[in-house]
Write a protein that binds this ligand. Structure first.
Ligand code: G
Ligand code: G
Ligand code: MN
Ligand code: NA
Length: 257
């Protein structure tokens, strides 16, 4: 595999970077957290989007090392937000293989301690992929991580297999409604009632709902009316460098407590 050898070189040469996309409280517009997104400028292949290299990194097992570095460097940046007196959270994508490795909770605990970052401000975004092989093991793993104080969000929600009964068994804290729902969202579309029922389901299970891919003010106002909790998307902020993320943090109001 051409990408596999380029990935090996990428790890050796430290070619992976992290950018940060903001997520906001819909009701008051407050900055809640940033999602860390991996970027790879390969010496061999140039810029390779995550959609192309993450699946291969997952298949080859290289995702464990790449993911570990993403987590560590994202936490290092996020630490500076806290040091500036802002309680801004961090969300990090975790691939199924990475999540289910026996040493994963330990490596998260170490990364948190090393960065001196508040565990309750860390959210791990997982996908349904983790439930497919061994549901009970995945559930135990989620609980083990939650005991560290962090929260778990189910990413790409609505695109997979999650039935209500299935979802009920997952001890997650939040769902991230897939952007395919949001892109179809306009006042007269049938998607409004679909999103409405997804929100009702999430509320019944006491899950926070994050919507991604918000690109228009119309979509945002519909989501606000439907009572969705948090939003992310190009309308509100694109993925940005650590420096720009810190600027955004400094421009956000500081805690008065
Ligand atoms: O950043 P972008 O929107 O291009 O991301 C495309 C996909 O790649 C998204 O589904 C995102 O979750 C995934 N992705 C981005 N960064 C990471 C990462 O560090 N780890 C994992 N596992 N997935 C990532
Ligand atoms: O699946 P995940 O939530 O991790 O995906 C994050 C990806 O979504 C990132 O690659 C990011 O670049 C992309 N993204 C973020 N906001 C928007 C948006 O408003 N529109 C579109 N089309 N993609 C977005
Ligand atoms: Mn994500
Ligand atoms: Na997603």
């Amino acid at each position: 595999h051409q990408i596999e050898s380029a990935l090996l070189r990428g790890i050796r040469e430290n070619e992976f970077r992290v950018v940060f996309q903001p997520q906001f409280h819909i009701s008051d517009g407050r900055l809640v957290r940033f999602e860390a997104l991996c970027r790879w400028n390969s010496g061999e292949l140039g810029m390779v989007p995550p959609d192309r290299f993450i699946p291969i990194a997952e298949q080859t097992g290289l995702i464990a090392e790449i993911g570990r570095r993403v987590l560590i460097s994202a936490l290092q940046e996020a630490k500076s937000w806290l040091q500036n007196g802002r309680r801004i959270g961090l969300a990090v994508n975790i691939s199924p293989m990475q999540f289910m490795r026996p040493d994963f909770p330990q490596s998260v605990a170490e990364a948190l301690a090393e960065a001196g970052f508040a565990p309750e401000l860390l959210e791990l975004e997982i996908t349904e992929g983790i439930f497919i092989r061994d549901l009970n093991l995945a559930i135990a793993r989620i609980r083990e991580l939650q005991r560290l104080g962090l929260s778990i969000a189910l990413d790409d929600f609505g695109t997979g297999y999650s039935s209500l009964s299935y979802l009920q068994r997952m001890p997650i804290d939040a769902v991230k409604l897939d952007r395919s729902f949001v892109s179809d969202l306009s006042i007269d579309s049938a998607t409004v009632s679909m999103v409405q029922s997804v929100l009702a389901m999430a509320r019944a299970l006491k899950l926070r709902v994050v919507t991604e891919g918000v690109e228009t003010t119309e979509q945002l106002s519909i989501l606000r009316e439907l009572g969705c909790d948090e939003a992310q998307g190009y309308l509100l902020g694109r993925p940005e460098s650590a420096e720009m993320a810190l600027q955004r943090v400094l421009n956000s109001p500081s805690e008065t407590t």
